[in-house]
Design a protein around this ligand. Structure first.
Ligand code: KG4
Ligand code: ZN
Length: 314
């Protein structure tokens, strides 16, 4: 029936996701080995994401990896999911440290100084929603389809970014010494509210309120928020290389705007390596293993990593 949404939930339901992980993890590992023409004896170590993420899904992956490593006598390495996203660009590019990292996904929006594959200093993060979350919520509200970010990106190509003029967040929270603690932070709840609840207020006369125009105007503001903080960080730190990662790094407008920045050298992973993938986790695991570092069997999953978000949601 055409009036039914193509997907039932238009998002990830944590409980269902973890059940599906349990169902699929073994067939997926078997298929990966078969496609790589390898058997388990050829593998030097087993890496899995330990944090941050959805607890149920993390537990399935981590427990599976530990069990496989233990039962085959191989080293086990727990990897930080966001460091994995940062490492994705290194899989096919030769990038030297230090640089600025732009980590943008469904759960995080992080601007950081990166000194090594395992050494990042978070300069800015979101004070409310993550950028990918905003894409997903706008797409869900307007029933654009799923996954939200990719659908909005596609729709926006046929729309006019000037159809609406949504406000940019202004975060000026100075402490007693006049230092702005939010200099590199971003915020998306205001934009989300503007697009979902107050769209008439920001709509420009003469433009039709089509899905394409809504998507293009929202997307333009969403990526310009990131860009403004990133340029600030580049200017203040003097770092001229930017490495992006995470699902939102596949956004075509973000890629286009960053490529236009003179004096900035921007490196993006291939589209396939922007969204969650095992290759980035394996690559990072390899780096730890090369240094002789492994993780203990007591390593546990965690939904959050301190400092990755400023709203108490980890
Ligand atoms: O990194 P990822 O695969 O999973 C998380 O770690 O969250 O990122 C998923 C996020 C979703 O919010 C999705 O809507 C967004 O990345 N995304 C995009 C695009 N493709 C995926 N956002 C904007 N433009 C895209 N082309
Ligand atoms: Zn991710």
């Amino acid at each position: 029936m055409s009036w039914l949404p193509r997907y039932r939930y238009n998002g990830v339901v944590p409980e269902i996701a973890s059940r599906k992980h349990t169902e699929w993890i073994l067939p997926v590992v078997k298929q990966a080995l078969a496609e790589a023409n390898l058997v388990i004896d050829d593998i030097d170590g087993i890496a899995a994401t330990g944090r941050p993420g959805l607890m149920g899904a993390l537990l399935v992956g981590l427990t599976f990896a530990k069990t496989l490593a233990w039962s085959t006598g191989k080293p086990f390495i727990a990897v930080n999911h966001m460091l994995g996203h940062l490492y994705a660009a290194h899989l096919s590019n030769d990038i030297s440290y230090p640089y600025l990292g732009l980590l943008v996904s469904g759960g995080h929006s992080i601007i950081c100084r990166v000194s090594a594959f395992d050494d990042i200093e978070v300069l800015g993060t979101t004070i409310d929603d993550a950028v990918g979350e905003a894409f997903d919520k706008v797409a869900k509200f307007y029933n654009f389809g799923y996954p939200g970010g990719a659908v909005i990106d596609r729709l926006a190509r046929g729309g006019n970014p000037k159809a609406a003029h949504f406000p940019m967040p202004s975060l000026h929270k100075s402490d007693g010494e006049g230092i702005n603690r939010h200099r590199y932070d971003v915020s998306y709840s205001g934009l989300k509210t503007a697009v979902i609840n107050q769209i008439d207020q920001f709509w420009n006369p003469g433009f039709e309120k089509t899905p394409e125009n809504i998507a293009a105007s929202f997307q333009e503001t969403a990526v310009r928020i990131l860009l403004s903080r990133l340029l600030r960080a580049a200017e203040d730190t003097g770092l001229t290389t930017v490495v992006a990662g995470g699902g939102v790094a596949s956004n075509s407008r973000l890629r286009e705007l960053l490529a236009e920045q003179k004096g900035l050298d921007c490196v993006f992973p291939s589209l396939k390596l922007c969204t969650d993938n095992g290759a980035m986790i394996a690559g990072l695991g390899y780096q730890y293993l090369s240094r002789g570092e492994t993780s203990p069997w007591t390593e546990n999953a965690s939904a959050r990593v301190q400092g990755f978000r400023k709203n108490g949601r980890g």
